[in-house]
Design a protein around this ligand. Structure first.
Ligand SMILES: C[S@@+](CC[C@H](N)C(=O)[O-])C[C@H]1O[C@@H](n2cnc3c(N)ncnc32)[C@H](O)[C@@H]1O
Length: 268
């Protein structure tokens, strides 16, 4: 197996290739975004506080839609992503909208080498932790960037939901982190199934206990935790639409958690 440096380089190439496809996709609907519509989903809109004048750090910001959506709600935002293409696109979109968020290109696991500032809020969402082998390193980076008393707002796909292969509808993955990455050749992307890309990716599974323990060990206390029986994104074929932004994965007979949200506070 490749070492971690090579793994991150492979994943970085993957995201550099995906980004232009995502920018053009119906999924990310840039027309609506440019006209002023928020890219934030109802789950995080209900979770986040009034963002007026808040300093917000947004790790894994992709090409910046959520970051800029938070700026439109009054926040002073900094987005971070390791995809050079995504950060360049985020800067272009920011400039064409006359907004002022800052975008920094680096590995989230090395943020402390690039950012000194501490923030009122760190916000991360959807498709974040599978890219990291070790959540303790990740959680420490989040905690370091929060002011004492600051809050980490986190919305993520649920580890139970990640156990399914959404193409074959089989329960195909472990719930727990085996320490070894899953290696897959991804065809298409979640935002455009038919896109002509076929690329290697590495990712890791993380259980809820691993997530909680990593954040607690980094000095955060979890104040709120919710589980949702739907996804606000249609990212699987076998899908029932229940309401606006409520997509339910069909193959399971009983209800399963699709997404969780969490608010964790850095101790003063
Ligand atoms: C699924 S996307 C984030 C989704 C985001 N909520 C959105 O829809 O815009 C994951 C992002 O994480 C970034 N990423 C993955 N691993 C990373 C790492 N180690 N450091 C920084 N960014 C990383 C990718 O470049 C990608 O932009």
């Amino acid at each position: 197996m490749e070492d971690l440096k090579e793994i991150f380089e492979t994943n970085q190439k993957l995201w550099n290739t995906k980004t232009p496809i995502h920018v053009k996709s119906d999924f990310y609907n840039m027309d609506r975004f440019m006209r002023g519509e928020t890219s934030l989903r109802k789950i995080e809109l209900d979770l986040l506080p009034d963002l007026s004048n808040m300093d917000v750090l947004h790790p894994q910001c992709h090409f910046g839609q959520d970051t800029l959506s938070m700026e439109r709600r009054g926040a002073n935002c900094t987005g971070v992503d390791f995809s050079t293409v995504a950060v360049q696109k985020a800067n272009e979109i920011r400039d064409s909208l006359n907004l002022r968020s800052e975008f920094i290109c680096c590995n989230v696991l090395e943020m402390d080498q690039y950012i000194d500032k501490q923030f009122d809020i760190v916000y991360c969402s959807y498709g974040i932790i599978t890219w990291f082998p070790d959540l303790e390193v990740w959680a420490k980076q989040i905690a370091k960037r929060l002011k004492p008393g600051g809050n980490f707002y986190f919305v993520e796909f649920h580890p139970v939901f990640y156990m399914f292969d959404w193409e074959t509808d089989q329960m195909a993955f472990d719930y727990f982190n085996s320490g070894k990455p899953e290696i897959e050749i991804e065809k298409g992307t979640y935002a455009d199934n038919g896109a002509e890309i076929e690329m290697k990716e590495y990712y890791w599974m993380h259980s809820l206990s691993e997530i909680f323990n990593a954040l607690t060990k980094a000095g955060l206390s979890v104040d709120d935790f919710q589980e949702y029986d739907y996804s606000p994104y249609k990212i699987f074929k076998n899908c029932k639409t229940r309401g606006e932004q409520e997509y339910i994965y069909q193959p399971t007979k009983g209800k399963i958690p699709h997404v969780f949200s969490m608010v964790a506070r850095k101790k003063k």
